[in-house]
Design a protein around this ligand. Structure first.
Ligand SMILES: [Zn+2]
Length: 212
């Protein structure tokens, strides 16, 4: 923008120039809208379901707020309960496109895990096979989560050929926070304070990555 008009805009909006955003960070709350992700019986509300899409959004919005408070430019693939396309393939591609178009420096997709085995639990983080920087990002986020929650099982860092990791053009990772299908992990995921702490741990992992 022209310098004068930028100055005038700031004057009229009553603010001093904002601290420049340090990083452009794309966050992807897994699923949304008609794609609920994993769904399980709600432990406290009979007949209700806990849906993955709601937990991923809650954690991601908390993470976005933390990063924005620190002056970063956060791009969200969704900030409410919507899908991006009626076609799943296209929905996933559009999530990657949001990050690519914004020129994001990293992409972090947030999910909850599920398994047929009700004993399965723990946290794990995926990166695209062979991506060195993706692996570095996944390593730092996983390490930070494990440090924040030493009582939870560390399932480690893994390679995953997920669509959002495949189509994003920047270092990317996908965090599987905990299992909806595990009784104790479900209670953990539903707790807003735990969601906030997970957001804080993921933020720390992101900052560690940028230091490497
Ligand atoms: Zn998912």
């Amino acid at each position: 923008m022209n310098g004068f008009w930028e100055w005038l805009r700031r004057l009229l909006s009553g603010g001093s120039p904002q601290r420049p955003a340090r990083y452009v960070i794309a966050l992807d709350p897994g699923h949304g809208g008609k794609y609920s992700g994993a769904a399980v019986e709600h432990p406290f509300q009979p007949g209700q379901k806990v849906m993955e899409k709601d937990i991923t959004l809650a954690i991601t919005l908390k993470l976005a707020q933390l990063l924005r408070d620190d002056g970063h430019h956060v791009v969200l693939t969704r900030d409410r309960d919507v899908h991006l396309s009626d076609d799943l393939n296209s929905d996933l591609r559009q999530r990657a496109e949001v990050a690519n178009t914004a020129g994001a420096e990293i992409f972090v997709s947030i999910h909850c895990n599920s398994a047929d085995n009700p004993e399965a639990s723990g946290m794990e983080t995926y990166h695209f096979p062979g991506s060195t920087r993706g692996r570095a990002l996944a390593d730092q986020i996983q390490r930070s989560l494990v440090q924040a929650f030493p009582e939870r099982r560390n399932r480690g860092v893994k390679e995953g050929n997920f669509a959002v990791l495949r189509w994003t053009s920047m270092p990317a990772c996908l965090v599987e926070t905990e299992f909806l299908t595990h009784r104790d992990s479900l209670l953990f995921l539903l707790d807003s304070q735990n969601q906030q702490r997970m957001a804080g741990a993921i933020r720390e992992g992101i900052y560690q990555y940028f230091r490497t």
